[in-house]
Design a protein around this ligand. Sequence first.
Ligand code: SF4
Length: 352
Amino acid sequence: MTQHTPTAAGEPGRSQVEPLVVARGVKKYFPITRGLFRQQVGVVKAVDSVDIDIRPGETFALVGESGSGKTTLGKVLARLYEPTGGTILFDGQDITRLHEGELRRLRRQIQVVFQDPTSSLNPRRRVKEILEDPLVIHGFGDARQRAQRVQELLDLVELPREFLYRYPSHLSGGQKQRVGIARALALEPKFIVLDEPTSALDVSVQAKIVALLKRLQTQLGLTYLFITHDLSLVRNMADHVGVMYLGRLVEQGPARRIFERPEHPYTNALLSCIPTVDEEELALIPEKIPLTGETPSPARVPAGCPFHPRCPKVMDVCRHIPPSFVALDGNLRVSCHLHSEGDPGRGVPAAS
Ligand code: SF4
């Protein structure tokens, strides 16, 4: 088994490590249809022009309120959804558009752990069958080798072997999520999309699942995209953070830099209003910004900066002109007119 040291993202060396996942200008639009003939009357821009690099061995956390497009972006990067536009490279290979056979091969390398372990496990299959299914589908070994692999998987997620013959209904929430994680590991993937993997669990169980995910990452050299709205988990788990708002990334950078000095008013507001961030962390935020109002519908994204109707720092330019990304110190990229070129002491346009 490979021993692995996670990338210290945000340290000067991060940019020298070849990314495992590279997304450029990725879009996912869903049509809005109406009437008997399902005539298209609009479009929901669930993900719009996202650039992302995820380095091997790191945890890249995607954060934002519900409806921000985090889960859709995760599904696009895992190629559960075909992107509407842009390109995605995985391990140097263009995976933007693949036919069925190529997608099947990709499944060995990219897996997803879903939010709700109850609905993601087939209630009519025992644990043994749930873990064996991906091995059978992908032609892994003979029956004896598959049985051995299933036992290894249970050991990896610290479940006793007698659980093999249980149905999901006889497992607790945390045990079900362990089975979901074991199933994701079955084919030895490199990259796992963790879509709110602990949000359906009790707080005490959440901590154990996070500890398990961290151990597995170190032990197996895994790369994670960790999707969550819980910033206290991000603090614990992530090397790099991307903040999403209405389908766009508005700020991204090393987790420590973002927690200590958020630059985008939306990130600042998220950090200010999450009660699970501890007092010491809150004290580090220079100016607390309350997050007010509802997220607008992604079918009606405001002109200019999409955050402008809720932003306490809104300026006239924000209502008309979308801000572009600028690079700031500490390997941070932010999309906000407060940091645009020409403003005193601010950053330079970021290379894509
Ligand atoms: Fe606020 Fe303007 Fe920055 Fe948008 S661009 S976050 S409206 S200051």
